[in-house]
Design a protein. Sequence first.
Length: 285
Amino acid sequence: MTRGEIAFAIVSGLLVNEVTDVCPWLAIRLVRWAAQLRYPNAPERATTRSEELAALINDRPGKLFKLFTAVGFALHAVVVFRKDQQELGAMSGWRAAVKRTVDVVIAATALLLVLPLLLVIAVAVRLTSPGPVFFSQERVTKGGRVFRMYKFRTMRTPVGVTAEATMRFFKLHSDPRLTAVGKILRRLSMDELPQFWNVLKGEMSIVGPRPLPVDQVAANYELLSPRLEVPAGLTGWWQINGRSLVPPEEALALDQFYIKNWSIGLDLYIVVRTFMAVVERKGAY
């Protein structure tokens, strides 16, 4: 890839953001042009890709989101310019090594930065309700490997509400077992912070399909097994597109989109969007 091609990818992505608010028609034309340049020998693929990008841009609620979207497209284009789609999705070899390196750097940095916050949360959980500070549960990651995932405890002793193991992505909208501190932690997604330790241990990745409990995977293995092609993640494509508001079937489709289109650029885009999703708190409970 030449410097000119890299510059084009970045500039075209930024241009899409600048013109979307003032001239949607021109934005769509730019997307089509970029797709045709990227897939010169595959016009059908170029058309499909341009339509996908145009739809994603049009769905962004404001200019800031459009900026993140455009920058994400630019990063994605830099990484995969003139690459075959199947090669792009293969999370192996040097790509897996790069992903793991990024995971370790982000997880180690995050743990150091939020260490004082972790201590405050631990004290709050311990003093406001009886029970341990952490909740741990066996979850499933890449290749069907079982590991123990950690979270801050957000619930008190069960009060008659049981989870149906056969239900996919089971999560109560208003769970009476939640403690006062637990409600706050969940709304801000702070209960997930201990999972940076799972990332450091190599059991999870920063970005990937969320790990599901062993019993839910076992009860729906044929349906959920495609999610096990990549490491489970702390955040993912599903989480930045609605989180718990997304129906199970759509969540599965979003996970499949990520697995098929994975790249380092897409991972970085998801990380940036995750911060915005946490601030919005939409779909968090």
